[in-house]
Ligand binder design. Structure first.
Ligand SMILES: *Cc1c(COP(=O)(O)O)cnc(C)c1O
Length: 481
């Protein structure tokens, strides 16, 4: 073995080598971040060629230093810098400092969450954090949860659990063993909900058509009367409504569905109500705005994303289930992994609650962030980003150059220049080429721009210059047209 040392161990030579690598990595990183822009602005064709020229698998390893040189020259400068206050297109956050440190520990130990013997403290920390989260969101005794790879997986897991439970309760069908039986199931969610519901229903063999898209009102929230009418109509036509999803913070607008009203309809028809709070879950930390997300404990399950408002590194999400037994749909015993006799002696194996087998110790990031910042730290950061959205909205709502159709409830503002689709698109592209990355979406067939504000370093004082830049680029595009 010519490249020794190669694995981190207790040997002092390995520790030294690792420390040197980390120091070199940090040095490259710090040399790279030398301005405030979010992106180098490089053309995609140029970047593609440069990346391909780096090569795939050399005959002979070039060693860490040479590798780091390539990384520093070509890759790092053209990565997206999530910490930049000029980055605001997506629900894609910068990472809190201590959670980047926790990622180092997660990778260095490389413990896994599937069985207790692969991550003893990891298993116990995850369970303790899940317990804390159940309390935080108002769930009582009997609830359970699990960390997942992201909001999509949390949502799909919730739909699986809801489907299996519904068919079991209603028809005594053991879906795990016998599969689905062709019962025409339907799921209800708003027309602007996240596409993971469609993906989920496809994966479950129900198909996109099983996802009933409820129209939204002028504040982009589920139209409750329409929801009711759709469920009634489907029941009359022989369908079986098994679940509904309330979006607690839609991906574009941050609009929040009325969970209480949706609960009433779900109760009437024996449906599982899932709260997709991938975005809005963070608002629970804001004493000023917490009320806006409603009482999430009314939902039967909740998706939380920590890699959005909570500012943790990708990926980190959790699914909470009010009736923990519904998570048993993922339980399966393997002789080599999760023996029942071990579980009786307290060696719990979290693989039984998850779609995944090998799974990262993401709960450590939540633990370290919660301990480091505390309630007050998160309150301040999350209140600030919602305040920012409110402030930006107040600056442009009466400006004749802009339209802003929906008053923000979370940290996103969807707006447009009054000049039409082409100018809006070109202004966004021009901003990108100059290192400011903003969002673009469509509302009622019109191109809209979007600020998704997750970075608490952005201040009220930053907005006037941003608005000026947008108008300046608009003027250039007007002249070109
Ligand atoms: C981001 C988002 C998701 C998907 O979460 P991932 O972590 O990206 O998989 C689901 N629902 C909503 C409302 C979201 O904003």
């Amino acid at each position: 073995m010519s490249n020794k040392p190669f694995i981190l161990s207790n040997k002092s030579e390995d520790k030294k080598e690792f420390e040197a690598m980390i120091n070199k990595t940090m040095a490259s990183f710090f040399r790279t971040i030398d301005d405030e822009s979010a992106f180098s602005g490089i053309n995609p064709y140029v970047l593609r060629k440069e990346i391909n020229d780096l090569g795939f698998l050399p005959e002979k390893g070039i060693g860490f230093d040479e590798t780091m040189k390539k990384v520093e020259e070509i890759i790092l400068p053209n990565l997206l810098r999530t910490w930049s206050t000029s980055y605001m297109p997506h629900l894609h956050s910068p990472a809190l400092l201590e959670t980047i440190a926790s990622e180092l520990l997660i990778a260095a130990f490389n413990d896994s969450m599937d069985s207790w013997d692969q991550g003893p403290a990891a298993t116990e920390v995850e369970e303790a954090m899940i317990h804390g989260l159940l309390n935080l969101y108002g769930y009582k005794e009997g609830a359970d949860g699990c960390f997942t790879s992201g909001g999509s997986q949390s949502n799909i897991s919730a739909i699986i659990a809801a489907r299996d439970w519904y068919l079991g309760e209603k028809f005594g069908l053991d879906v795990k063993k016998r599969g689905i039986d062709g019962t025409p199931l339907t799921l209800y969610t708003s027309e602007i909900s996240h596409f993971s519901m469609d993906k989920g229903c496809h994966i479950l063999g129900l198909g996109y058509d099983a996802v009933r898209k409820i129209p939204v009102d002028d504040r982009c929230k589920v139209d409750i009367n329409a929801f009711k009418a759709m469920v009634e109509g489907d029941v009359d036509n022989g369908f079986y409504p098994f679940a509904a999803v309330a979006t607690i913070g839609t991906t574009d607008f941050g609009s929040i569905d009325d969970i209480k009203a949706m609960r009433e309809i779900c109760d009437k028809y024996g449906m599982h109500l899932h709260a997709d709070a991938a975005y809005g879950s963070g608002a629970i930390m804001s004493s000023k705005y917490r009320e806006r997300i409603g009482d999430l404990s009314l939902a039967d399950s909740i998706t939380i994303d920590f890699h959005k408002m909570f500012l943790l590194p990708i990926s980190c999400s959790a699914l909470l289930m009010k009736n923990g037994k519904k998570l048993e749909c993922f339980e399966l015993h393997a002789d080599y992994l999760n023996r029942e006799e071990d579980e009786e002696d307290g060696y719990i194996n979290l693989v039984g609650k998850s779609m995944q087998t090998t799974r990262r110790f993401d709960a450590l990031k939540v633990f370290m962030a919660f301990q480091t910042r505390g309630k007050d730290g998160f309150d301040e950061m999350i209140t600030k980003v919602i305040d920012n959205a409110d402030h930006f909205w107040s600056l442009i709502k009466d400006d004749p150059d802009f339209i802003v159709p929906v008053k923000p409830e979370l940290s996103s503002v969807v707006f447009a220049l009054t000049d039409g689709d082409e100018v809006n698109k070109r202004v966004r592209r021009r901003l990108l080429e100059n290192g400011t990355v903003i969002g673009q979406t469509v509302m009622n067939g019109k191109v809209m721009l979007k600020f998704t504000l997750l970075n608490p370093n952005l201040d009220f004082s930053d907005f006037p210059a941003l608005i000026e830049t947008i108008k300046k680029y608009r003027d250039i595009e007007r002249e070109r047209a």
